[in-house]
Design a protein around this ligand. Structure first.
Ligand code: CU
Length: 161
């Protein structure tokens, strides 16, 4: 079953960021989905959000799809002792523990949108579908934003190394 709840459950727009927005669906909260504006012509872009599970059972993020990308993967990012950044697909479904939060943020877990079919510009909103094992499909909009400050999604991360 495909459930779209775009407008209906877009709960709030907070004053400190015009694009900050949250969704709630079947006990799953999805906070501030956003995509770092990629450089022109970039083949890929990274997306972030916070996923919270208010339910009593673990759920799992199974897949992410978006019309603007040929494919998407959930990536982990680690920095080796040599300072080399490694991104690799997350192994299996991403667990969202009952009562817990999973933060996808620059320098860590992220959604990798690959094979971009359109240019993603600061301020644009793009529809992305997240599929959860229990909660099912959730359709939401990711807002493209310029990256602030020193947090670099892929290339120069090293804040805590
Ligand atoms: Cu990646």
């Amino acid at each position: 079953m495909r459930v779209s709840f775009l407008a209906a459950l877009c709960l709030l727009v907070v004053p400190f960021g015009a694009s900050a927005h949250d969704y709630e669906y079947k006990g799953i909260y999805l906070a501030h989905p956003w995509i770092v504006e990629p450089p022109p012509g970039a083949p890929a872009a990274a997306g972030y959000l916070m996923i919270s599970n208010d339910g009593e059972e673990d759920d799992h993020l199974i897949s992410v799809t978006a019309d603007f990308a040929e494919r998407t993967e959930i990536h982990t990012m680690t920095v080796t002792e040599d300072g080399i950044i490694q991104m690799r697909p997350h192994d299996g479904p991403l667990a969202i523990p009952a009562g817990g939060d999973v933060l996808l943020e620059p320098g860590g877990l992220h959604i990798m949108f690959m094979g971009l079919r359109e240019s993603l510009k600061d301020g644009d909103n793009h529809v992305v579908v997240l599929e959860f094992e229990t909660a099912g499909e959730v359709t939401l909009e990711f807002t493209v934003q310029k990256r602030d400050g020193a947090m670099d999604m892929d290339m120069s991360h090293g804040d805590d190394s």
